[in-house]
Design a protein around this ligand. Structure first.
Ligand code: C2E
Ligand code: MG
Ligand code: MG
Length: 643
């Protein structure tokens, strides 16, 4: 019967190499007579590479025993492994909870330091372990490791036939052989484990855990190596790849989906490059490729392959997700450029590729460095602009096209940068938005304009319902704090929310559609209205935009500019006005500079107009003059409008 022990965990240690020579010695000493020895050898030799159970089977038969049991470890540590052979079968070394009788035996064998026997004058502990199994005769002895310390015990039991002196001798030899072999196996295993661990640690230090690609450390090493190896005339290229709008996937579908996408991207990137090139993940959604150039344009060639490889949707979280990537290329000549420089240049070129419209690649050139320096100075100056009150607001009238009456003013930001002429929005809004400064600048513009328009509403007759429109940058719309901040500004200035219109752009909505929709609904809750600015310049259809809560549509200036001359612009405007009417959205025509343009858009159904014809954007003082002129009783001399 197999020992009635609970198997905790199969350890599966195999006594791989009970060396043939060792087994021969064991066999010789165990054999009873020449015939017995020959049988024993035949039985033992082929098992050398099998498990310990088989070896024990052979030894048991040679000893004509009914049980042979090897216990490794000690009862004190509780980590015991047992292998055994009985007349009914055998079992490999396994981790087990040893029955109490055997734990006691183990302790006694260790204490005795030599062989224990059954029977008169023998060990009652051994009897207690064997007799219940019908084994009246037996022995137990320690198995020792290399330094002579006990590493386990060997137990033998016979139902018939006492154990004699010969048996004691043979058992000692078996225990000795087993000890030596188990020790050498253990050592071998620890060396193997150490090597595996070291390799794994080295791999982990050099590779990205998520995608399995080399990481920045390994790439840096490889690029340095490549720069040292390339010959005078040959070059290497480093490509810097960044996914466009990866954040949207992460925000909308969750981080797990984001990770899934990165793994798929890593796969496509690896498949798109040549075997001699190396792809790495630098972190986040940034990847890099080291290209060994044979040809001067190899960098561009690989970059194009990468951009193409990412085309076509990725299956992520059960959905089809499309991402594109922007790639920057920098070339390196041995001895002329170092790793930091080439990576930075590739990064800069990637940034230019993104600005050029995403989903494309750009090659580094020196002018990019100058642009970055200028931009950096701009950001540093902008960071202080709000607290130094350098952001000011100009106002431009929006009028009813039929009545020509002032309906609203649009607040337009201006930057009084010390030492510079007045900076127009195109010179700083985009950069501020990229640098994450727009929420603060935008709030400042909103607060200044609300305070100012509230004053005009109070002071000028006919202006009590004067509306204010204020632009929202893409990052503002993606900012979860937006509606809270807007509510605070309205509250602080006692501004009626129904007189505020916030202008958003398609790119603002598309940056993070889910958050944009949430922000828009929250703003609506406040009683604020929403206008879509510059309509026609983006790519969205009006049908798509219907999914967003909108109250007003502003048709972009380029469609108004030649509305009198160009038939198709007129058709476009007419179509938009009709569509907007079906959605009950009033339309503002932007950029009206002449009476004929005003007549044309009015004839096509636009209700409202904005443009130099009605007034240029002017400072608060200029707008005050405009209001005075606009609200003076007829017949009184009007005040000139500042431009
Ligand atoms: P927008 O919101 O479409 O504002 C209208 C722009 O068209 C203004 O340019 C205005 O001066 C100009 N404009 C109006 N009528 C005419 C016209 O008859 N002819 C011509 N040629 N131009 C006309 P501005 O002030 O340079 O602003 C440009 C853009 O900067 C704005 O376009 C808006 O998108 C953005 N912007 C301005 N202020 C802010 C702000 O405080 N926050 C945000 N997020 N964006 C702002
Ligand atoms: Mg606007
Ligand atoms: Mg506009």
């Amino acid at each position: 019967m197999i020992l009635g022990v609970a198997i905790v965990q199969a350890v599966g240690l195999t006594l791989v190499a009970l060396a043939a020579i060792g087994i021969a010695v064991v066999a010789r000493s165990l054999g009873r007579g020449v015939k017995g020895e020959a049988t024993l050898r035949a039985a033992l030799l082929p098992v050398a590479t099998d498990g310990l159970d088989k070896t024990l089977d052979s030894v048991r038969r040679a000893l004509q025993a009914d049980l042979i049991l090897v216990v490794l470890g000690s009862a004190e540590t509780g980590r015991m492994r047992v292998a055994e052979s009985t007349t009914q079968g055998s079992s490999e070394l396994r981790q087990v909870t040893l029955p109490a009788a055997y734990s006691r035996l183990d302790t006694e064998v260790r204490r005795a330091g030599g062989i224990l026997m059954t029977g008169r004058g023998g060990s009652p502990t051994l009897d207690a372990a064997l007799v219940p199994r019908g084994l009246a005769n037996g022995a137990a002895l320690p198995i020792r490791g290399e330094a002579g310390e006990p590493i386990g015990m060997l137990v033998v039991g016979r139902s018939r036939g006492r154990m004699g002196r010969d048996d004691r001798h043979r058992l000692s030899l078996v225990a000795e052989r087993l000890g030596a072999q188990l020790e050498s196996d253990r050592l071998e295993r620890s060396v193997r484990d150490l090597t595996t661990m070291r390799n794994e640690l080295r791999h982990r230090a050099d590779h990205d855990a998520l995608t399995g690609l080399p990481n920045r450390t390994l790439l840096t090493h490889k690029v340095t190596q490549a720069l040292a190896e390339v010959e005078e005339q040959t070059t290497i290229a480093v490509l810097f790849l960044d996914l466009d709008d990866f954040k949207v996937v992460n925000d909308v579908l969750g981080h797990q989906a984001g990770d899934e996408l990165l793994v798929s991207v890593a796969r496509r990137v690896s498949a798109a490059i040549r075997p001699v090139d190396i792809a790495a993940r630098l972190g986040g959604d940034e990847f890099a490729v080291l290209v060994r150039c044979v040809d001067a344009n190899d960098g561009e060639r690989v970059a194009k392959r990468l951009v193409d490889a990412l085309e076509g949707p990725f299956g992520v979280a059960g959905r089809d997700v499309s991402v594109r990537a922007s790639v920057g290329i920098a070339y390196g000549l041995a001895g002329r450029i170092d790793i930091e420089e080439i990576l930075r240049n590739a990064d800069l070129a990637m940034y230019e590729a993104k600005r050029a419209g995403k989903g494309c690649y750009a090659r580094f050139d020196r002018r990019m460095l100058e642009r970055v320096r200028t931009r950096h100075e701009l950001v540093v100056a902008l960071e202080k602009a709000v607290e130094r009150n350098e952001i000011q607001v100009h106002y431009q009238p929006i009028v009813g096209l039929d009545s020509r009456q002032l309906i609203a003013v649009e607040a337009l930001a201006r930057w009084h940068r010390p030492g510079h002429t007045l900076t127009q929005p195109e010179g700083f809004i985009g950069v501020a938005d990229e640098a994450g400064l727009m929420p603060s600048i935008g709030r400042s513009v909103l607060a200044i304009a609300c305070r100012q328009v509230r004053d005009w509403q109070r002071i000028y007759p006919g202006c009590a319902r004067l509306e204010l429109t204020v632009n929202l940058a893409p990052t503002e719309l993606a900012d979860p704090a937006l509606s809270h901040d807007v509510a605070a500004v309205l509250e602080d200035n006692g501004f009626d929310p129904s007189l505020l219109v916030l202008e958003i752009t398609e790119s603002g909505v598309m940056r993070n559609p889910e958050q944009a929709r949430r922000s828009m609904l929250e703003l609506r809750e406040l009683g604020v209205r929403l206008a879509l600015d510059d309509f026609g310049t983006g790519h969205s259809s009006l049908a798509h935009l219907r999914e967003f809560p909108l109250d007003l549509l502003k048709i972009a200036r380029p469609f108004i500019e030649q509305i009198v001359e160009r038939e198709r612009d007129a058709v476009f405007v007419e179509t938009i006005v009709r569509l907007a009417a079906s959605l009950e959205l009033p339309v503002v025509a932007e950029g009206i500079e002449s009476e004929s343009q005003a007549d044309a858009v009015a004839a096509l159904g636009c209700e409202l107009g904005q443009g130099y014809l009605f007034g240029r954007p002017v400072g608060a003082l200029g707008m005050t003059r405009y209001l005075v002129a606009d609200t003076l009783p007829p017949g009184l001399p009007s005040v000139a409008v500042a431009s």
